[in-house]
Design a protein around this ligand. Structure first.
Ligand SMILES: NC(=O)c1ccc[n+]([C@@H]2O[C@H](COP(=O)([O-])OP(=O)(O)OC[C@H]3O[C@@H](n4cnc5c(N)ncnc54)[C@H](OP(=O)(O)O)[C@@H]3O)[C@@H](O)[C@H]2O)c1
Length: 290
């Protein structure tokens, strides 16, 4: 598995990242099995958020880590903050909203450290753009967390290019990624400027739901014909299609099955031909390019 800088100033992640969103209602033993299957394939970077599994998934992962402390040095931990929703675990929250106040970012990061049972987070993302975001407050929070060594790098998720640029202008260090939805089911970033900005700044995006959350359209003639040509599965072709982009996309896979983690890891072996890439694009667009 390739490892590379997501940004010229770091950090280094595995090219495929394991997402923990769907790892809920399972025991720490199952999470440990999933994590070990990933690590075995060289997938060492794990994507969390404070809210996943109604605020439980970080804690379960932390319990798996506590059982296997040597694992921490083999992996990189990504997590996110700012989404708040009504939950028995958060009785003070009445309405779903976003919170990028300095106080909340610091509280959320420190809580994630506690849940994940680690002394540092490799990458903290603002999960969703907050219409009330004050970039000065975000900069203060990020600066304190970085200075204390609690968070090593920062980024955002679901930001538009203008939101990304605006926040970046207030920070003395780089936002190292924008985690956005990109897949054969969500091709907008190829055309709406999202990936242009990443290329301009030398930042690699992370692609969430790279398999469309398991609902990719299936065109048997194109996909299975192509899969036969590359001796690969449909899943592997869909991930290889993302990996082919020059912005060096990091797909965040979401499967809950160790054998599917192993399958996805093999996608990095596929060297997708330019015309085949366009054939897959034409198939999802449902028409020829102009
Ligand atoms: N930043 C954000 O706003 C945001 C939003 C959503 C997600 N995320 C991140 O992105 C990660 C991935 O999202 P996702 O789970 O929607 O990703 P995904 O990899 O596109 O979808 C995974 C789903 O597809 C199913 N699936 C069906 N066939 C599969 C196959 N052959 N191989 C693999 N999976 C198959 C899986 O089922 P099985 O489990 O049965 O394999 C699972 O339910 C999340 O864990 C989270 O870390 C971030």
């Amino acid at each position: 598995m390739e490892r590379r800088n997501i940004h010229p100033q770091g950090p280094v992640f595995s090219r495929i990242v394991a997402g923990a969103w769907r790892w809920h209602n399972v025991s720490p033993e199952i999470v440990e099995r999933l994590a070990l299957a990933a690590i075995d394939e060289g997938i060492t970077s794990f994507d969390h958020a404070d809210i996943y599994g109604d605020h439980c998934n970080e804690e379960t992962f932390g319990r798996a880590l506590a059982k296997n402390p040597a694992m921490r040095n083999q992996i990189e931990l990504i997590t996110k903050c700012d989404i708040k929703f009504a939950s028995a675990k958060r009785p003070a929250t009445r309405v779903k909203h976003y919170d990028t106040s300095q106080e909340h970012i610091i509280w959320a990061a420190e809580n994630s450290l506690k849940m994940l049972r680690t002394d540092h987070i490799d990458l903290l993302l603002i999960h969703r753009p907050d219409p009330l975001m004050d970039p000065h407050e975000v900069a203060e929070a990020f600066g304190k967390l970085k200075q204390q060594g609690k968070v090593l790098h920062f980024g955002v998720s679901n930001f538009t290019p203008s939101q990304f640029r605006m926040l970046q202008q207030h920070l003395p260090f780089p936002l190292v990624t924008n985690q956005i939805e990109i897949s054969l089911s969500q091709i907008d970033p190829f055309f709406n400027g999202d990936l242009d900005l990443m290329l301009e700044l030398g930042v690699s995006p992370m692609a969430w739901s790279p398999l469309g959350g398991g609902t990719l359209p299936v065109d048997e003639r194109t996909m299975f014909g192509m899969a036969g040509k590359y001796n690969a599965s449909y899943t592997q072709m869909a991930i290889a299609w993302l990996l082919r982009h020059p912005a060096k996309i990091f797909p965040v896979i979401g499967t809950t099955q160790p054998e599917r983690i192993r399958e996805a890891a093999k996608s990095t072996d596929i060297d997708l031909d330019r015309q085949d890439w366009f054939e897959m694009l034409r198939w999802v667009m449902g028409k020829d390019l102009p």
